[in-house]
Design a protein around this ligand. Structure first.
Ligand SMILES: Cc1cc2nc3c(=O)[nH]c(=O)nc-3n(C[C@H](O)[C@H](O)[C@H](O)COP(=O)(O)OP(=O)(O)OC[C@H]3O[C@@H](n4cnc5c(N)ncnc54)[C@H](O)[C@@H]3O)c2cc1C
Length: 309
């Protein structure tokens, strides 16, 4: 959308206490550092600000929520409507016995560290996942044999009309890297339950996770983590490796040499380069092994600015 059209959208939106920014670049909001702008980016001041906004906004304005953008490919044409960025203003963390409550904008790493400091075990796996609690709920994020499904005891989410619901795990339809909550609902917080353990032992397990990740993943780089879900009975990285794609490049995008299920923006990749590389991988893996890879990374937005007009 050009800026005058975005301006009109801004004029139609309710007053908020947080920030509304028009034509806001989203590349800076994602780990891939690629992709186009949001028509309007909304950073709520707090949960009530978000609730009021959702209740009052015109019904025809689409809303997309993002966390740290660590599982996200924003296409080059940007995202229509309002993108809500959950961040540090909805990131409170509280510990009550073995229960860890966190706002949906809290970082997984911060939540696991707070649990460790309180001697609550079971959330160590979150220390290796560079997203928010909201993104972790949406993706049923997991690692080392544990996932959100194993620790969530309750969460709160907003429906598209702005009503806040308290939900139990049975309401969430968790499956492998998937949550059944309708896509237009927004998580606002979660309660996760661990077990008491010695802080030093928890810290040791977290250090081991850090060591394993350093060894096997391209960290501190422009990536979206695992690109494809592991197909039943297979490892996506192995299928990609067997198709001869380690280090394979397309435009500015490349298959990581270190972990073949990670794609990398080598510096100036467009979102189209990254998506096209992913699609080429899918074609070649299918041809080599007969297995169809499904995207785990969420792709959002319009393909290119040309098509957006
Ligand atoms: C280096 C690296 C390592 C990774 N390792 C792992 C791993 O071990 N295990 C794993 O599972 N993942 C891993 N990931 C992927 C990613 O970190 C997770 O999927 C994470 O949970 C995404 O959280 P986010 O806040 O960044 O979500 P985003 O990427 O911002 O969004 C992802 C999806 O969640 C939705 N969403 C975000 N917040 C909310 C909300 N509040 N309410 C409703 N929907 C929401 C978005 O709309 C989008 O569909 C890794 C990624 C990287 C870059």
């Amino acid at each position: 959308m050009n800026s005058s059209a975005a301006k009109r959208l801004l004029d139609r939106l309710p007053k908020v206490r947080g920030e509304l920014e028009e034509n806001a670049p989203l590349d800076r909001e994602t780990w891939f550092r690629a992709g186009g702008p949001a028509d309007v980016l909304f950073r709520p001041a707090d949960r009530d600000d978000l609730i009021e906004f959702i209740r009052k906004k015109p019904k025809d304005v689409p809303v997309t929520v993002i966390g740290y953008g660590s599982n996200l490919l924003v296409r080059d044409g940007g995202v229509a409507g309002v993108v809500v960025r959950m961040g540090k203003r909805m990131a409170e963390i509280e510990i009550d016995g073995e229960d860890v409550s966190a706002g949906a904008g809290a970082g997984d790493v911060a939540v696991s560290a707070a649990a460790r400091d309180a001697g609550v075990a079971g959330l160590e796996f979150l220390s290796g996942i560079p997203g928010t609690i909201g993104g972790a709920l949406r993706m049923n994020a997991g690692a080392y044999g544990r996932e959100m499904k194993d620790i969530v005891v309750e969460c709160k989410a907003l429906d598209p009309a702005g009503a806040l619901h308290k939900l139990k795990p049975a309401d969430l339809g968790f499956e492998y890297r998937h949550c059944g909550l309708p896509e237009d609902w927004i998580f606002t917080s979660a309660v996760m339950r661990g077990t008491h353990d010695d802080k030093a032992k928890i810290a040791e397990r977290m250090a081991e996770i850090r060591r394993q990740r350093e060894e096997s993943q391209p960290l501190r780089t422009r990536t979206g983590g695992s690109t494809f879900a592991n197909p039943p009975g297979h490892k996506a990285w192995k299928l990609i490796d067997e198709a001869g794609l380690r280090g394979f490049k397309l435009g500015g995008a490349m298959v990581s040499e270190k972990h073949t299920n990670f794609l990398i923006n080598t510096g100036d990749a467009s979102a189209a380069d990254i998506e096209n590389l992913g699609e080429e991988i899918r074609r070649r893996v299918k041809a080599k092994s007969g297995v169809t890879l499904e995207w785990e990374i969420r792709r959002i937005g319009r393909p290119s600015s040309a098509e957006a007009r």
